[in-house]
Design a protein around this ligand. Sequence first.
Ligand SMILES: Cc1ncc(COP(=O)(O)O)c(C=O)c1O
Length: 387
Amino acid sequence: MSEFDKVIDRHGTDAAKIEYLKEFFGRDDLLPMWVADMDFESPYCITKALQERLNHKIYGYAHAPESYWDSIINWEKNQNDWLFSRDEVRFVPGIVKGIAYAMHCFTQPGDSILVQPPVYMPFMNVPNRNGRKVIYNQLIYKDGNYLIDFEDLEDKCRVERPKMMILSNPHNPAGIVWGRDNLAKVASICHKYNVLVISDEIHSDMPLFGSKHITFSNASKEAKSISITFAAPSKTFNIAGIVSSFCVVYNDEIKSKYFGYLDSNEFDQSMFFSFIATEAAYTYGNPWRLEMLKYVEDNISFVEQYLKDNIPGIKMVKPQASFLIWLDCSGLGLSQDALVDIFVNKAHLALNNGEDFGPGGTGFMRFNVGTARANVEKALIQLKNSL
Ligand SMILES: Cc1ncc(COP(=O)(O)O)c(C=O)c1O
């Protein structure tokens, strides 16, 4: 039995995926397979580093040590061939916040921001709630895969003149690892129309089944010059509650404006939990990460086979990264309301409603399999019986 097989009860730990059930689904007797954190214990190297610091018992203001910055720089160099210096990286207290800061820094109310739905909801919610106009370059769903509609992207850039594009790289919810050609093409169009690209790479350290993540700024010279890239150890090492993320900028003009904005508002001040956990993860956590990814791959293969054998009306878009599976339920021939009703009220499962991911999300549900196989199996049996 692997450590990932352990079924861990998260009740009583203020876990969002448990505590928000009633508010979001109207009931709390559901298996929580929605919010994107995993049910695996974080690697021991992180717990140990935090415990050692807690033993000191004075938790005052902190200063991020050089070893923290070195751990980030070395990790990205080794994992993703992504090179940057200390001057080009800053702490941000969460990636959604980092994106929101960039939006406030580089756009005004009324400006357009381009996203590629179906996509992670805050990419649309943050601009919408701040008086920006969200422009869609909807992904093309073809033969169980997703493609970028470049013709539409160029049209939208020319006509709508967005100030910013938010790219999900790898893509949440479909787990797409964008190839270099795709990224370079996005960069070329955005460069032509003067669009700042925000590349959210929070899922980048979880490539699956032999895929290779390409950092946006590595795709081309243009990509490097027009972008802010965000990454974090939070998803990979299951430390999303210990907020720790960073951003990298190369272009001097963008850097001085954005880093100046972060600095003047003290948004780039890290807390000691963040840098201790990050440094431990990036220094000692790689063996754990590789084992975890293997387990997640096996979970995904398990779901694929189970659906084929038992629920042929649901197909999965096989993820190339991360622990989220985008289920195409259109074969069931149900309205979205009826689909959600089956998942929630008959199968007693909390999955993310595909419609929440914007245009192109109807007919889909997002299934988090970053959990023990026994939970995945239980969920699939409940789903099968409800259909
Ligand atoms: C693509 C993407 N970006 C950002 C986040 C959240 O990041 P943070 O908690 O650092 O704001 C998530 C979490 O699900 C995500 O999937």
